[in-house]
Design a protein around this ligand. Sequence first.
Ligand SMILES: [Zn+2]
Length: 171
Amino acid sequence: MTRREETVSSLTPDSNQLKVTFIADAMLGRLARWLRFLGFDTVYFSGISDASLIRIALEQSRTILTRDTRLLRVKGLRSYLLIASDDPFQQLLETISTFKLRQFRLLSRCVKCNGKLQKIQDKSEVKDSVPEYVFLHYNLFQKCADCGKIYWEGTHPRKFREEIQGIFRDS
Ligand SMILES: [Zn+2]
């Protein structure tokens, strides 16, 4: 017997944690990077038209993140969040609290292109691609499957992790 899902308003769906996927409008590039940083699948194109954005959102069942009320007048949108703040970090907090995001997977998605990161087994592979001190001081490296960007633990500042943790202590 399958447990029947509670009917949630179609415009504010239950995030189901990491399964929620986003598409950010052209004004929200930095928010998109923050979300990827936390492991959320977030599509973003800097010059995207409203029509394309809506088409991708519907085709891929993505939640639209936007600051544009005009865009939300389009009929048939299934899931969106109108972002109030100008500040990228506040925008991130709005998104986190609206969708009750609690599970983050740092070092799982490329901040630059949203590709998935893959663990590099043999660190000598990255010797020529990262600064020497990084190669010497870090052992865990990952590579974006799409654009090839190399990531290591130090790419994600501890201070940011602490700020994120702080949000949950307060809530
Ligand atoms: Zn990438």
